[in-house]
Ligand binder design. Sequence first.
Ligand code: ADP
Ligand code: MG
Length: 151
Amino acid sequence: MIELTVNSELQQQELGGRLAELCPGGLVVHLLGELGAGKTTLARGFIQGLGYDGRVKSPTYTLVETYDFSDFSCFHFDLYRLADPEELEYMGIRDFQTAQDILLIEWPDKGKGFLPAADLIIEIYYVGQGRKVRLIAETERGKRFLSGFTP
Ligand code: ADP
Ligand code: MG
């Protein structure tokens, strides 16, 4: 487990960007934290760090936004508004390949039973005006990924 203090929106995006640089593809990330904690901000930095230079919208209403790269895709989920996890079945949730694709999932608890297990959990906590961010590897793949990260 790696714990970091991240005290601005810019730093939060930069952290996402640094994580993306370490990521060869094939990673399932669960993003945990209250509303406004900074999950989307981190995901935005991550997606831009993968090389996407358009606007990264929050998938608040669409539930998922997909970004296609040459060798893999990145799926950014925000399941806050998902009423029933079964809805994921009808959303093409199974279109991803966890061998090569990157999944960034906000509110994974709302999709319980219909989502792949996390390789990496990112927990974000409010601390005053800033945030504390914890990176927790859950699988061998997650551990390999995190071993490349220097705080
Ligand atoms: P979430 O997706 O978790 O609901 P957002 O990423 O939309 O949260 O961020 C909510 C607000 O928090 C934004 O205004 C953003 O600028 C701010 N924010 C994000 N990360 C940080 C941080 N590390 N420190 C201070 N403010 C942050
Ligand atoms: Mg969000």
